[in-house]
Write a protein that binds this ligand. Structure first.
Ligand code: HAX
Length: 435
């Protein structure tokens, strides 16, 4: 058994009695109330999920297993001579709650290296897809095509003790995470680089290997590490994490669940916002020609978008009520590495003008930027300028959190998810609407 699996097994044994006790002795305790607005309004703020890998505070932002983003980036082990930690170590943290040692990280890296080969039929299928398929559709299709590899599905069919569900799920999670960077890089090179594929280097860590397969020089390895870690987990009410959890709750295996969560991430109000931000910025750039917009001109672009009934991509959030710390972490990176870049200048100007405009506009509850407002600019700067690919990168990162959650869902025996819906007639009756 790998060190990670052994550690996880201990953690699961220690955690199970907590869930059992809550259910048995405190099952009737009320957690909150639900009002009409929440029933119609996408369940905003309804506390109805348990997630231990991360928690999102509206004012503070995300904490991964109790650590803020700066703490996470500072505490996790790093490859020598770089700024960003190993992605492998972050997965270890999300799964176990512990900061890994160098040895723990090496153990996970070795596991990924062993499991990284992608079946040829996946590449053949991707090549057979129409050339104008969206990279997110290709990514989702590739993952679900690999479902036949699922160890959980096989063991379940053969008859599996519920207490052991988590074990083949963990194996699936490791297999999927090992393969996703290869699948993503393959899609990139197939779609935008004439199918000129670059072989992986098994000696490299996940971030380093991904940069190599993408064909992008340093510090793109560090950009990838940062990107995958920052996008990994945002508790489990967001569309992608919730979709992953929901699908897995039917005991669909992790391949089905991750493919499904990628489909949710592909929506413009969620992960696809990073593509939309670049599209929006490029549009501004095209309209300005060689000229840099003044703040007044930038304000006009923002108002024009709002007045035409569209959202400002990269701004607003369903939970956050301040600047997203994932935005702030990427902004710090930009200030260090691409301070004088034109596009970063645009992003910076947007940050100065947009919150006040959104406040004046009066609709968005959160006028501050989210993770997607900053991420594409970094990719663009390092040469990955095909912005319809950006959400695939988000997807590789998000899979880390979704898979850690699915393993724990199985370990704690969470049931099939089944909220109750009611009709409008019933809602009117509950509300006492006079007709
Ligand atoms: N621009 C213009 N209007 C906005 C807005 C923005 N950036 N953000 C919210 N609003 C509007 C909403 O469309 C809504 O309008 P209606 O009343 O006409 O429906 C109103 O303000 C209230 O919305 P809200 O309660 O503040 O926000 P929601 O929880 O409903 O939605 C969203 C949260 C992130 C979807 C929203 O802020 C948005 O559409 N932002 C732009 C797209 C985006 O950046 N998405 C990525 C979010 C982060 C993420 O998940 N990344 O993956």
């Amino acid at each position: 058994m790998s060190g990670l699996k052994e550690k996880l097994s201990e953690k699961i044994d220690a955690h199970r009695p907590r869930t059992t006790k809550l259910l048995k002795e405190y099952g009737d305790v009320k957690v909150g109330e639900v009002n009409v607005q929440q029933v119609i309004g996408g369940m905003r703020g309804v506390k109805s999920l348990v997630t231990d890998t991360s928690y999102l505070d509206p004012m503070e932002g995300i904490r991964f297993r109790g650590y803020t983003i700066p703490e996470t980036l500072a505490k996790l082990p790093k490859p020598e001579g770089v700024e960003m930690p190993y992605v492998e170590g972050h997965f270890y943290l999300l799964l176990t709650g512990d900061i890994p040692t160098e040895n723990d990280v090496a153990d996970v890296a070795q596991e990924f290296q062993k499991r990284g080969e992608v079946p040829q039929y996946v590449f053949d299928m991707l090549k057979a897809m129409p050339a104008d398929s969206h990279p997110m559709a290709m990514f989702s299709a590739a993952i679900v095509a690999m479902q036949r590899e699922s160890k959980f599905a096989k063991e379940y069919k053969d008859g599996l003790d519920k207490m052991k569900y988590w074990e083949p799920t963990y194996e699936d999670a490791m297999d999927i995470l090992a393969k996703l960077p290869r699948v993503a890089a393959f899609i990139y090179r197939l779609k935008y680089k004439n199918d000129d594929q670059i072989a992986p280097d098994p000696k490299l860590d996940l971030g380093g290997n991904f940069a190599k397969m993408m064909g992008v020089d340093k510090p793109y390895d560090d950009v990838s590490r940062m990107y995958f870690i920052l996008h990994s987990d945002h508790e489990s009410g967001n569309v992608s994490a919730h979709t992953g959890h929901l699908v897995a709750s039917a005991l669909s295996d992790a391949y089905y669940a991750v493919s499904a969560m990628i489909n949710g991430l592909a929506g413009p109000l969620h992960g696809l916002a990073n593509e939309q931000v670049l599209r929006w910025l490029q549009d501004v750039k095209a309209k300005m020609g060689d000229k840099t917009p003044s703040e007044e001109e930038m304000k006009k672009f923002v108002w024009d978008t709002l007045n035409s009934g569209q959202v400002i991509p990269g701004y607003g959030h369903a939970v956050l009520r301040k600047t997203d710390p994932r935005y702030a972490a990427q902004r710090d990176f930009c200030l260090k590495h691409l301070k004088d870049d034109t596009l970063f200048g645009y992003v910076d100007m947007l940050y100065r003008v947009t919150p006040d405009i959104l406040k004046e506009h009066g609709k968005a509850k959160n006028p501050w930027p989210n993770v997607d407002a900053q991420s594409g600019v970094i990719q663009w700067y390092y040469g990955v300028q095909e912005y319809d690919f950006y959400t695939v990168l988000f997807g590789v990162g998000r899979a880390i959190g979704v898979l850690a959650n699915i393993v724990w869902d199985r370990a704690l025996g969470y049931p099939i998810e089944r909220p109750k819906s009611i009709t409008t007639d019933m809602l009117e009756e509950i509300a006492g609407v006079k007709k």
